[in-house]
Design a protein around this ligand. Structure first.
Ligand code: FAD
Length: 340
């Protein structure tokens, strides 16, 4: 079954069960809604419901549908699907954006299947096309090419990767409608017996402003001290490529950057002995400044770098640490002198 947008009421609907991603979707959702002259509707399911709904209005939503607290607690993919499905039936959006989280991609695909329409996954750019279509850009062929595609279905369903778009700023003068939605939820097919938090490092690399990342160019575990010294002097968080986290287990798994790890967006990313395979690069491509240290001048990481150092990290990192330390000390002395 394909749902046609009702005249005049077709809007943009955004949803993510992850609070940070839900906020990021409001920015791109608002841009699409403004371009088409339609409303932006957000579906919210996480606590604190009211506070998050008000925040969504301040960040661009015209209407926020929050799920009744008791219901929000027991929603999994089945429940989110039902919530989206019922919202689509009522609001007839022309475009539905879902965050590309593990749950989000499942929900978006199942919604598309139920509606009999396509689903454009992991869209890195979205804009309105002619005649109410949606034009998206997606990485294809292992990320080596970007395809520009036109979604003709109504609604157009697209998933958007976390951290791809900036969270829009708050405008507390904005007004919007907040509804508490009550859903006809299906009988749950899963029963949660216990919830246990996964062991995590004390740091969250996805929020780190500066990252020193290490790859298979490091020969021995004890040599981590080398890159730890660089991280320390730069005030950086240490992260790694998959061989270092998963295969060698020199760093915890949640320090992995890339496709099967974390997406990071630091101001500075120093890649030491990392080749720059696409599965790694997709996780760090949004870093503002990238420095690559690699012996191989043909390593793909140089193509991502703002500053390339072709050389042996064992020869380059120690003097780099000394230079940074010297600069830091000179700055500290200058500050003390300025303070009298
Ligand atoms: P290598 O590719 O072995 O590169 C080591 C680099 O170090 C080389 O370029 C070499 O020139 C350089 N080097 C060697 N010695 C020195 C030295 N002394 N000084 C300086 N440079 C030196 N990878 C990830 O990182 N994250 C992911 O999330 C991820 N997910 C994946 C998911 C799937 C489904 C698959 C199939 C793969 C995934 N991978 C991931 C693995 C990925 O394909 C690469 O194998 C991995 O990123 C390579 O890690 P690396 O660059 O550290 O090692």
């Amino acid at each position: 079954m394909s749902i046609q947008p009702a005249n005049g009421s077709a809007g943009v609907l955004v949803f993510s069960e992850h609070p940070d991603v839900a906020v990021e979707l409001l920015g791109i959702g608002r841009a699409l809604a403004d371009a088409a002259g339609v409303e932006l509707v957000a579906l919210h399911a996480g606590e604190p419901l009211r506070q998050r709904a008000e925040d969504a209005v301040a960040r661009g939503a015209d209407e926020v549908r929050v799920l009744a607290p008791a219901q929000a607690e027991r929603l999994g993919a089945d429940g989110y699907l039902e919530a989206l499905w019922q919202t689509v039936q009522e609001r007839r959006p022309a475009t539905v954006l879902v965050g590309s989280t593990r749950t989000g991609v499942e929900v978006a695909a199942r919604l598309a299947q139920r509606l009999g329409v396509g689903c454009a996954t992991d869209c890195i750019a979205l804009e309105p096309g002619a005649d109410g279509t949606l034009v998206v850009e997606r990485r294809v062929f292992g990320g080596h090419f970007v395809a520009r595609q036109v979604v003709h279905s109504a609604p157009a369903i697209a998933t958007v990767p976390p951290k791809r778009f900036e969270a829009p700023p708050r405008d507390d003068a904005r007004a919007g409608r907040i509804h508490e939605a009550t859903l006809q939820l299906p009988a749950p097919r899963l029963r949660t017996i216990a919830v246990e938090e996964r062991a995590r490092s004390a740091v969250d690399i996805s929020k780190a402003p500066v990252i020193v990342a290490v790859g298979r160019g490091l020969k021995r575990r004890e040599d981590l001290a080398l890159v730890e010294a660089l991280a320390e002097v730069l005030g950086a968080t240490l992260a790694g490529s998959r061989p270092v986290t998963d295969d060698l287990k020199w760093l915890p798994p949640d320090r992995k950057v890339g496709l099967s790890g974390q997406t990071v967006r630091p101001a500075l990313y120093v890649a030491c002995g990392i080749s720059g395979q696409i599965e790694h690069v997709v996780g760090m491509r949004s870093a503002r400044t990238v420095v690559a240290i690699n012996t191989d001048p043909k390593a793909p990481i140089h193509g991502e770098a703002d500053y390339s150092i072709v050389g042996d990290l064992y020869e380059i990192v120690p003097p780099l640490v000394a230079a940074c330390r010297g600069a830091r000390e000179r700055q500290a002395v200058a500050t003390l002198e300025a303070l009298g």
